[in-house]
Design a protein around this ligand. Sequence first.
Ligand code: NAD
Ligand code: DAU
Length: 354
Amino acid sequence: MKTIFVTGGAGFIGSALIRLLMAETDWHVVNIDKLTYAGNLESLTSVMDNPRYQFSRTDICDRVALDTLFDHYQPAGVIHLAAESHVDRSIHGPGDFIATNISGTYTLLEAVRGYWSSLEHAAKSTFRFHHVSTDEVYGSLGNTGFFTETTPYQPNSPYSASKAASDHLVRAWHHTYGLPVVTTNCSNNYGPCQFPEKLIPLMILNALSEKPLPIYGKGDNVRDWLYVDDHARALRLVFERGLPGETYNIGGHNEMTNLQVVDTLCTLLDELKPRHDGRSYREQKISVADRPGHDKRYAIDAGKIERELDWKPLETFESGIRKTVLWYLDNQSWVANVQSGEYRDWVVKHYGKP
Ligand code: NAD
Ligand code: DAU
């Protein structure tokens, strides 16, 4: 039974990954998370009492705390998801993105290198540092083509630039120090427990609260949507079987314009939770100013991970989006605590600081 570290495990994708690892492996998992506004331990209530799960409220920029954790737990690997992840926030205030995504990844890499160097030969060769990144590092596509693992980096937002920088650091730590790293670059995720600043949960919750559904620009930007559990399965596969130094793109072959996504959500809500006045949620759509530097289209060629690791998404967009809407309808207490900010009060109560 091995122990691994997951950074950012209280976030949207990290919590899905930890739920999957608890259900499908016998590993011990230590969740290392600072609990920013995006970290929510309520997303992990199903695993909280599992003796194989531990939580440490730690900032990945804190080298001393990281060294203590490595020394104490002696992990067999790290899956690194901790990041500032929202593009709009990065436009309004890039500082936290530089601190966590770049300096934090650097600090973590140095802590990992120190620990890894001290391991004996067998443990050293099986150790993995898995860096979880995004398709946004490749920039924006025109109407055709796909991002592959060899597409040149062309990040356009402070968020994607900070993720690109972290990818380069991880690559360099492999090339220069021989650290056994794997990197994954994934497309847009959706599913349960996503913070309602991102398109899909924002639209579901605004619709139900009778608020406007704000569509940036013409709504014709295209994203390639993947159900979060499919991403979590891919992460486990790459962590276990990916080759050191390699990069794997992960995507759903599921391109849609933002308008198509919002219309799909409205149709589902019209069926599952009709408005009191019998009208369609589509009437709540409004056009708002475009996001500055808004990338036009993302689309992933996931051929490498499909061929080499036999991964394929299990959910279609139709099945995954229905599950997602039902989850938000059925989990009123998670939603209410996020909307009221009560999950932050819990953090203050337990840790004494916000
Ligand atoms: P999220 O914002 O939901 O969660 C991020 C988590 O990281 C939170 O729990 C937060 O508390 C934690 N965190 C932030 N700063 C930290 C720090 N300094 N120290 C420790 N913990 C810290 O993000 P997400 O959507 O789950 O994304 C997870 C990772 O996957 C990110 O690296 C992101 O770039 C990448 N990614 C996300 C998507 C997507 O569609 N959401 C797609 C591809 C890749
Ligand atoms: O591609 C992977 C990336 O996907 C991840 O790396 C990021 O962490 C994740 O946030 C996501 O980035 P996007 O910017 O694509 O996601 P977001 O949900 O913020 O927006 C999706 C699209 O919807 C985008 O074209 C902007 C648009 N949008 C978004 C919001 C929040 C709207 O039209 N209205 C909105 O209110």
